[in-house]
Design a protein around this ligand. Structure first.
Ligand SMILES: [Fe+2]
Length: 187
């Protein structure tokens, strides 16, 4: 290994330091983002099995690291061609860095009055392609959807404040305005 390789272990150590030193999500995200980008471009950690994704879910979630309390998880997430995730939030901050291929992201804003637990009306804010080394950052409450419009499996590196199956978070149906829990299957 050369001296400039950046490992998951080193990244996890950096994440712990950042979490300890920062009091705001803006600050955390601004410090995590360049490191996530570095790890995404470095790829020394990337294994063939990280591209595995079940056809039922449409994407494969591979846990690379988390702390004992499920904070600061790092996932490799692979996306089957033509598949994606519905609009969702995370219940924590999120930093996503492209590793292989191009993933279309759409950001939404919530426009209803939040008076009903199972209802949410969303409006599209922006849609953009995230390619290798490009970042998608969201604070708690940020809503996006992801789709792989290419004909090859894509992969991105996801870092969160807390493992997303241990936060309160939702998926949103744009047609029915239904809001419900969003848990993902881990490979
Ligand atoms: Fe997400």
């Amino acid at each position: 290994m050369t001296g400039n390789a950046y490992t998951i272990e080193q990244y996890a150590k950096d994440l712990r330091q950042i979490a300890k030193e920062c009091s705001s999500e803006d600050e955390i995200i601004s410090r995590v983002a360049p490191l996530a980008q570095r790890l995404a471009l470095n790829k020394s950690w990337l294994l063939p099995e990280h591209f595995n994704a079940g056809s039922e879910q449409g994407f494969g979630v591979h846990l690379l690291h988390e702390e004992a309390d499920h904070s600061l998880p790092v996932f490799a997430v692979s996306w089957l061609p033509g598949r994606g995730a519905p609009p969702h939030d995370h219940g924590t901050w999120a930093v996503v860095a492209g590793v292989e291929g191009v993933e279309k992201n759409t950001r939404y804003k919530r426009v209803d009055d939040r008076n009903r637990a199972d209802y949410a009306k969303l409006e599209v804010k922006e849609a953009f392609d995230a390619a290798e080394g490009e970042l998608v950052c969201m604070k708690t409450g940020g809503i996006h959807s992801v789709v792989n419009e290419s004909n090859k499996v894509t992969l991105s590196l996801h870092t969160y404040g807390m493992h997303v199956n241990y936060t309160e978070r939702s998926q949103f149906n744009l047609e029915t305005n239904e809001k419900k829990d969003f848990k993902v299957q881990i490979e």
